[in-house]
Design a protein around this ligand. Sequence first.
Ligand code: G6P
Length: 586
Amino acid sequence: MCSIIGYYGKGIAAPILVKGLKRMEYRGYDSVGVATESNNQIELKKGIGKVNEVNSKIHLDTLPGKIGIGHTRWATHGKVTDFNAHPHSSNSGKIAIVHNGIIENFEELKKQLEADGYDFKSETDSEVIANLLQKHYEKTGDVKETILQTVSEIKGHYAFVAMFENGQLAAARFHEPLIVGIGQDDFFLSSDVLGFIEFTDDAIYLENGTFVILEKNKFQILDFNGEHAKYGITKVSKEFGDAYKGDYAHFTLKEIYEQPETILKAGEKSEEAVEQTVDYMRHSKNIYVTGSGTSYNSALIAKQILSKYAKVRIEPIIASELQFAPDSIEENSIIIAISQSGESADVLEAVKIGKQANCKIIAIVNLLTSSLAREADVVIGMNCGPEIGVAATKSFTAQLVILYKIVQKLSNNKITINFEKFAESIVETLENTTKIQQTAGKLKDVSDVYILGRGINHPIAIEAALKLKELTYIHAEGIAGGELKHGPLALMDTNVFVIIFNPNDSTYSDTLTSAREIKARGAKIIGVSDIESDVYDYWIKIPKINQVLYPISEIIPVQLLSYYAALEKDTDPDYPRNLAKSVTVK
Ligand code: G6P
């Protein structure tokens, strides 16, 4: 959610930290701050806005010193204000911290600290960490003891980096990501390898319940009992550092345009993992597929294609809901967890519940070094490269391709898909966007969009509604075609736009009838179909292809429609308000 970063080395810390924060902005971008240590003094700057905006106003990157910490925030406790931005310093000003996660018992701790005479300047839960550290450091004078006592008192999910006035840096991890980068002459601490990939590709993924203390030329990694913890140094794929927009105006647009390539790469080098998955699926009575947001929508599509083409029944479960119904998971089943980042807290929690029920965990994930990938028994890689735009685009279609590959195998190749040919048809859509752009212009002042589809096109309607909401802030709702007359028809009038997914499959004529019913009530209709009809006010043409692939060819024009409508509405397509790409809090 938030990103945290730390630097300890021979370089000037502040510009390195600012660069790293810029790359991790996808994790949260409502405010930003940096603190550095120099000559046994801590200096701190922070403000509201994105990294470049704040930096050009208050020059975060000019802070002095070779040790520092930084943060980009996605507000959970307290509004978006300068005071609530991180870093937070302790009352004495001798310790500063950055934190990602939630301290569940912060109110209780805050009361105790206030009774001890500590003041609080922010509304955040994080500030208690700074003052707790101060309290214990004043008593013990020892960083290790201070961290041990602090982590024994705080409850919740967290990763934090603490900088002490004497130049020591320490960081602890509990159910939030924290990675140590090992450079030539320096150390990095970061929520994501993107924070330091430019400087080193040697990384230590800290285990849960461990902490690290950095000192000159050395580091120690300990568990929460104070014992030395095991760790390994991993070589990180540099590819994930290559997140540049190139000639594209936004990452989101670039990522949409990468799809002809990424659908060909999805699941590449995971052939064995796909085989293994298919084998598990053949021998398991219960198969659950879970995810959040877009990744959950993939689970909905999985249900349709698996039952239709492979006669396999699965249960899609919204990851965040599983904790409220853990008994719905049968022992010794399979859980397929889908997640681009592999760090969504809800998905990790669902996996934990699955493991308690002795389930096999299969991860469909983009980041192969993520927590999910490390928790899973089988890992299938999306291979779609870094996805920076908060709204998922290419990762969604990569997930679908992997699901198709599983279905193909499960059905003993009853369905045949020529992905190369399919990629060419996507190029066709991407090269003909005039109509899509014109239609986007019509959405500028629309407040409600309903999206309708039947069968396999229904989950696509749900995903399309999510894209519109995220990118344009227009209220959008995906509807199963047949449900129209059971409620939504009451909402149809001349102020409403309806997107109709109506490809040439078994749903075609029923959906065309729905379109006419809607049109009769005055709403405007955007038809996404391979067949033109006079009922559509705006027709977005999709290629005539293998029916099984309609979901992918339908969603791509709506990704573009949402993107261009976002431009019309002057919203930031890469960083929608209030959202974050990787939601690492529950
Ligand atoms: C956030 C993002 C969504 C994404 C969801 C799941 O809510 O804003 O775009 O679909 O997380 O992310 P994951 O990384 O688990 O696929």
